[in-house]
Write a protein that binds this ligand. Structure first.
Ligand SMILES: [Zn+2]
Length: 394
């Protein structure tokens, strides 16, 4: 049994002088059709007998290609069906079954929860994990942590691991055929990366998720991530609408998966994710919206603390790709004092808000959320909400 791992105990210095730390996966492979070469890539980690963690639906959609590719490379495979929740129970179930199967690596194929469960199972089995995301909706694939959920779907814990996934393989053809809403949610999560990393590097007291100071490298990755989204986001959406792979889609998938993944983990989080996690506490938001959609609203509020002009630019981009920009678009009501109070209190209770360079109070959080909401309403009345409605109705 692998012991729980806490990066903060390694990186935070007892002298109080926190070092700069950057972690990242050693190999990232992305392209149209790369799934057919998965077996060859797995030779990089000397896989001979792999467990494939995949949902029933995923197995029907991509299973034949994955298994054929592994067979061609002489790698045996054991299928483990993922049941949908990244919970301690799900992880324990697979760990117990696979332990007797002497697998030498685990391949997690699917969305964020399957990937996070795969990382946790692999760590407990003491084998490397290869990640094959089938959506570009989140930044789970490259990071060395798993967000754990209770059986009711609530976040219970974050598990950290000493190693990032040994291999990340993203088939952009698979992403192009998935729902556009997932790609767009990934852009919401990815856009936060730059704004959060930037405040963390500017505030000497801020620390990244792993308990180190951000590096210039992680911050630069965050910056190119945002630039890529502003320039290519709308074209990447068009690409997914026609279910085809374009250079814009390649760039945005890399931004959502690799740049966002390294950027958030080693660059640090701040108000955008604190508020996003607080929105998730409201059942109607939790049940109907994706993580990246909540992060988009959190990002707008964070940017409102710093610059209305920049917030306006971000809101216009979000409206163009179909991300929510006002409370109504998360099924919330600005006049519902109970909900707003709960969101503000949960946000201020999250240590990440204090990565901001200015003192963050409950009043500042409230005024930023409501300011972002008002800005979103005015951008919506000017530019419309066609993209948002198309995605939500799809
Ligand atoms: Zn996120």
């Amino acid at each position: 049994m692998s012991e729980p791992y806490f990066p903060q105990l390694i990186f935070a210095s007892p002298s109080g002088k926190t070092p700069r730390v950057m972690i990242a996966p050693p190999r990232y492979i992305q392209g149209d059709g790369v799934l057919d070469d998965l077996g060859r890539y797995l030779s990089l980690i000397k896989a001979k007998r792999s467990a494939v963690l995949i949902s029933k639906r995923g197995l029907q959609a991509d299973g034949i290609r994955i298994l054929a590719s592994m067979k061609a490379a002489g790698i045996e495979s054991v299928i483990a069906i993922f049941n949908g929740e990244c919970s301690k129970e799900e992880v324990a179930l697979h760990k117990n079954t696979l332990q007797a199967d002497s697998v030498d690596c685990l391949i997690a194929v699917g969305g964020g929860k399957c990937i996070d469960a795969g990382k946790s199972i692999a760590y407990k089995l003491g084998v490397p994990v290869a990640v094959v995301p089938t959506l570009a909706s989140n930044d789970a694939p490259c990071s060395a942590l798993s967000v754990m959920y209770g059986t009711g779907g609530e976040v219970t814990d974050v598990e950290f691991f000493p190693d990032n996934p040994a291999l990340v393989v993203v088939d952009t053809g698979v992403v192009a055929r998935a729902s556009e809403r997932y790609l767009v949610a990934g852009m919401g999560d990815a856009m936060a990366t730059w704004y959060e990393a930037r405040v963390c590097i500017d505030n000497p007291n801020a620390m990244s998720t792993i308990g180190g100071r951000p590096t210039l490298a992680a911050c630069a990755i965050g910056e190119v991530c945002a630039k890529t989204l502003f320039e290519e986001g709308v074209a990447a959406c068009a690409s997914v609408q026609s279910k085809s792979v374009s250079e814009s889609l390649e760039k945005v998938v890399e931004a959502n998966t690799l740049l966002s993944g390294i950027g958030f983990e080693s660059g640090g989080l701040a108000v955008a994710h604190s508020i996003a996690q607080s929105y998730a506490l409201i059942p109607v938001v939790h049940d109907n919206y994706l993580h990246g959609e909540m992060v988009a609203m959190g990002t707008l509020a964070q940017v409102m603390m710093e610059s209305t002009d920049e917030a306006n630019r971000v809101a216009q981009f979000f409206a163009a790709v179909g991300l929510p920009i006002h409370l109504g678009q998360l099924s919330l009501d600005a006049d519902n004092q109970d909900d707003i109070k709960l969101i503000v209190e949960a946000s201020i209770g999250n240590a990440m808000v204090h990565n901001m360079p200015m003192p963050v109070t409950a009043d500042l959080i409230r005024s930023s959320i409501l300011g972002a909401h008002e800005l979103g309403l005015s951008v919506t009345s000017e530019f419309g909400d066609q993209a948002y409605r198309r995605l939500q109705e799809s």
